[in-house]
Design a protein around this ligand. Structure first.
Ligand code: GLY
Length: 405
């Protein structure tokens, strides 16, 4: 969440790099705010229909949040423990922020409440995604103090995964035969919860861990061309890097699109809280890697991996585009290249709102289609995904704030 801040003048014409790659679907009229309302009302109805069947995971956990569309065409719900469970409450909070309508606030409160126990879920680093997108937005929009202890406990849960010798928060617990302290670039996103926790409590422990994590990641995740690897595994005793790989990308040396955008968003947000120019420079370097990449299509919606072998016949990842747009709307307020970043974000949003938006009544009510979860495992390829909708709405809110300034 950023609030209105000084926006640099953004009136200069842009020089675009000529890029290749056709859009995969036909152009349509841009989705309107009213159509977004109708889509999300439809999604809510569809969730209730699936919930009426009392669905559970194989472990017996209730399925509560919409996540995507299954291969058989059915609506996929996830449990509160899923890494994406915070995004649907966050979507509802952004709808309340945009419309001011109580219907969205009521739904947002209801779905946010289902996540309360997740404040203690330290089984991975995703407590930041789960809790800050839901409870974080809830606190911001309602100022209800009941949300504060839940968020502070969530931050405590997250820092319990910090390895002093490494200088990073451990991301995953699985594959312990091969990995000691795996840290994924996505983990940059969870730092916002920690920066908030120091602001709220006055205890610098959260801030210090967040800064160390960002510094260690800056040192070890990035390649000379400013792209990032997905996973860096560290030795928990010596803190040395043991191995690097790109679990969700095409190859270890490739640039997985969403990972690049997590980095862009993460370093932009880290600059917001620290005002350390090294973090701003890192965010600019990532932005320039993305925006100047020869494989970024003209419509600015990346292929799922910048090095995917079948480009231009590879699926796009709309979620990466939405994260990139939202991050660029923040970065443009800090950077001397703000005019470029602002206009590029607008271009991404125009594509998402037209070419990649669901037709009215389609996709169970998800706003956008055409995201990729994990192509190497053929999981969630070219489908709607909750986090694409979340960052798309966040980008719309950020743009509205910039225009109102
Ligand atoms: N954080 C997991 C993903 O981006 O797929």
């Amino acid at each position: 969440m950023i609030r209105k801040s000084a926006l640099l003048l953004i009136a200069f014409p842009l020089i675009f790099v000529a890029c290749k790659g056709p859009a995969p679907v036909e152009k349509s009229t841009p989705i309107t705010p009213d159509q977004i309302v109708l889509q999300l009302r439809l999604l809510d109805e569809n969730i209730l229909k699936v919930q009426a069947e009392d669905p559970t995971t194989p472990n017996g956990q209730m399925l509560v949040m919409p996540r995507t569309i299954n291969k058989d065409g059915s609506l996929s719900l996830c449990s509160t423990g899923d890494w994406t469970s915070g995004f649907y409450p966050g979507v509802l909070w952004y709808m309340f922020e945009m419309t001011g309508q109580p219907e969205w606030k009521e739904k947002a409160i209801k779905y946010t409440a289902t996540l309360e126990d997740e404040q203690f879920n330290g089984s991975d680093h995703d407590v930041g995604f789960r809790m800050f997108c839901s409870f974080g937005n809830a606190l911001h929009l309602t100022s209800n103090p009941d949300y504060i202890p839940v968020l502070v406990q969530s931050a405590k849960t997250l820092i319990a995964r910090y390895y002093e010798n490494v200088g990073c928060i451990r991301s995953w617990n699985f594959n312990q035969e091969n990995l000691q302290c795996p840290v994924i670039i996505d983990n940059m996103m969870n730092l916002e919860l920690l920066f908030w926790a120091t602001q709220k409590t006055g205890d610098s422990v959260y801030y210090d861990i967040a800064v160390n994590h960002a510094l260690t990641t800056m040192k070890n995740h990035f390649r000379p061309d400013n792209s990032s690897v997905h996973v860096v595994d560290y030795d928990t005793i010596s803190g040395e890097v043991r191995q690097k790989n790109t679990h969700q990308g095409y190859a270890d040396e490739s640039s997985w699109a969403r990972g690049q955008t997590w980095g862009l968003y993460g370093y932009t947000m880290t600059y917001r809280f620290t005002k350390n120019k090294d973090f701003l420079k890192q965010a600019e370097k990532i932005a320039d890697f993305l925006l100047e990449h020869p494989n970024l299509p003209d419509d600015m919606v990346p292929y799922w991996d910048f090095d995917a072998p079948g480009i231009p016949d590879e699926p796009r990842d709309v979620s990466a585009a939405a994260i990139m747009a939202s991050a660029l709307y923040e970065l443009c307020t800090y950077s001397e290249k703000g005019d470029i970043y602002y206009h590029q974000a607008n271009k991404i949003m125009e594509s998402l709102s037209s070419t990649y938006a669901s037709a009215p009544g389609e996709n169970y009510g998800f706003i956008l289609g055409h995201s990729v979860g994990a192509k190497p495992t053929d999981s969630e390829v070219d489908v709607p995904i909750n986090y694409a909708d979340y960052y798309y709405l966040e980008a719309r809110v950020r743009k509205m704030d910039l225009m109102a300034y």
